[in-house]
Design a protein around this ligand. Structure first.
Ligand code: XMP
Length: 333
């Protein structure tokens, strides 16, 4: 039997009861697979890796070590939340690595989006592999692979070309010869969320909007600078705050800010004020292959504009991108 094929008889996990049943089965399967072995997991804080972490903590407790790599391209408070939830509340073995300088130094002056992605992907593996080598006797690597990832790799093996290279975790170096633990690899995203809820993870983490592996790196357009990245992070936090307060967070599939590497002339306190524009993107989609634009009430757009231009140093305009996919893609890079 190919364990990468979802059996037709497998019921869709739509309720907490079904999720609990799935969790019990996986807890048993993981214990049988790893016995008293040690397991390592790259914990990004996204839904998939968080659900795997919570599931493995339940199954094998301190035999699991989670490594959270902060590449400096996370959204505001995101790494802090991972540390709070997994390190403090769930009492996991958590290694937190602040690799901000390593990533930003490598990215300095690099403007091509695919090169940026490759640098971020490769450095992520370097940092993670460095941490893995420091830990003794780890035999297993857990991964948050889900069923669409498996379907996507089948498509790629068939030679279908992707528009962007979405590789987040590429192959690890050969000396790290791990056996894989992939407890949610037959689940679709909506099922992963139900399992996450059944495991007691916070709602905001389980229903988090998709966030690309290269993070804010592909939203700080062109060559990344620390000041523009900081402005982007602050503006994005305001957008997310206003979307939550206005009931849009649950309605819109993905929403974020992108900041291009251009400045325009503005005015502040009666003086010339050159700043970047913040571009709002808010899209709905089923499968990310095509996307439509969400109609955001003008009052909300005005509020977001006022807050970003008042509160964020370096931004003097706010724009709303009305382009569907196609012809735009969801991200700007
Ligand atoms: P695009 O921009 O191709 O995005 O319309 C479709 C979906 O994929 C996400 N995205 C990425 N996810 N690594 C990822 O993990 C990437 O390099 C990447 N680029 C885009 C994007 O946020 C959207 O959800």
């Amino acid at each position: 039997m190919d364990t990468n094929v979802r059996p037709e008889s497998m019921a869709r996990i739509t309720t907490i009861e079904l999720a609990n049943q799935f969790i019990d089965e996986q807890v048993k399967a993981v214990r049988e697979q790893v016995k008293d072995g040690k397991v390592l997991l790259a914990l990004s804080g996204g839904v998939d890796s968080s659900v795997v972490a919570a599931l493995l903590i339940k199954a094998i407790g301190k035999q699991l070590t989670c490594v959270h790599v902060n590449h400096g391209l996370m959204r505001k408070d995101e790494s802090e939340n991972v540390v709070k939830i997994f390190g403090s509340e769930l009492d996991a073995n958590l290694v937190y690595v602040d690799a901000t300088d390593r990533f930003l130094d490598l990215l300095a002056g690099v403007s091509d989006p695919e090169r940026k992605r490759k640098i971020i992907g490769a450095e992520f593996i370097n940092v993670f592999a460095d941490e893995a080598r420091k830990l003794q006797g780890v035999e297993f690597l857990a991964q948050g692979t889900i069923y669409p990832d498996i379907l996507e790799s089948i498509k790629q093996a068939e030679g279908k070309k992707a528009v962007k290279s979405h590789h987040n975790v590429g192959g690890l170096p050969e000396d790290l010869n791990f056996k894989l633990v992939e407890p949610i690899k037959l689940l679709f995203k909506d099922e992963v969320r139900v399992v996450g809820e059944a495991l007691g993870l916070p709602h905001g983490m389980v229903y988090r909007q998709p966030f690309p592996g290269p993070g804010l790196g592909v939203r700080c357009l062109g060559a990344i600078t620390r000041d523009r990245l900081h402005a982007l992070r602050e503006a994005d936090a305001i957008l997310r705050d206003e979307f939550s307060k206005n009931g849009l967070a649950e309605k819109v599939w993905q929403y974020f800010i992108a900041i291009p590497d251009i400045k325009s002339v503005g005015v502040k306190d009666e003086s010339r004020y050159e700043g970047w524009p913040a571009i709002i993107r808010a899209v709905n989609t089923k499968d990310a292959m095509s996307a439509t634009i969400e109609e955001i009430p003008y009052a909300v757009l005005h509020k977001i504009t006022a807050r970003i231009t008042e509160e964020v140093e370096g931004i003097n305009r706010v724009l709303y991108d009305l382009t569907p996919k196609p012809t735009g893609t969801i991200e700007w890079e």
